[in-house]
Design a protein around this ligand. Structure first.
Ligand SMILES: [Zn+2]
Ligand SMILES: [Zn+2]
Length: 146
């Protein structure tokens, strides 16, 4: 992945902006052309179409080694949240061995995950009452939802 470019995080995979066409704005997997997965977003960055067929591990896996790992990301607001399968969570309870995270739209959404100290998800209820938001990684390395 080229450094400094804004990329988009969706479902644990990263995408870069390629071009605008009749379908919308096309974002391709950062492993393009090896991986042909792409998303189409409209002007408001809402997802129009998802074509995901990654045959590779999620881009952050080599760091964490666990398929079910979540990752801590920092939003441009300075808030640190947990990203897991495209949803964001904030810590509700921190215990010695694990933490309980609730959806950032809590109490509107009751989804939660519990992770151990390696951010491995050990327990979860991910029935979100809303759709995924697309996260963007900005040049500074912080994330935002446009
Ligand atoms: Zn891919
Ligand atoms: Zn939720």
């Amino acid at each position: 992945m080229s450094g400094g470019r804004t990329c988009l995080l969706f479902n644990g995979y990263t995408f870069f902006y390629r071009y605008k066409c009749r379908m919308g704005r096309k974002w391709c997997c950062t492993l393009f052309p090896k991986c042909k997965s792409h998303l189409y977003l409209d002007e408001n960055n809402d997802i129009l179409q998802i074509s995901e067929f990654h045959e590779h591990v999620r881009n952050y896996l080599h760091k964490l080694n666990f398929y079910f790992s979540a990752q801590l990301i920092t939003m441009v607001t300075g808030k640190q949240v947990l990203e897991y399968q495209g949803y964001t969570y904030y810590v509700q309870q921190k215990l010695k061995k694990n933490s309980r995270w609730v959806c950032t739209t809590y109490p509107n959404c009751k989804a939660y995950v519990r992770t151990n100290n390696n951010l491995y998800v050990v327990e979860k209820d991910t029935n979100h009452s809303h759709t995924k938001k697309v996260l963007y990684k900005t040049k500074t390395g912080l994330y935002t939802r446009l």
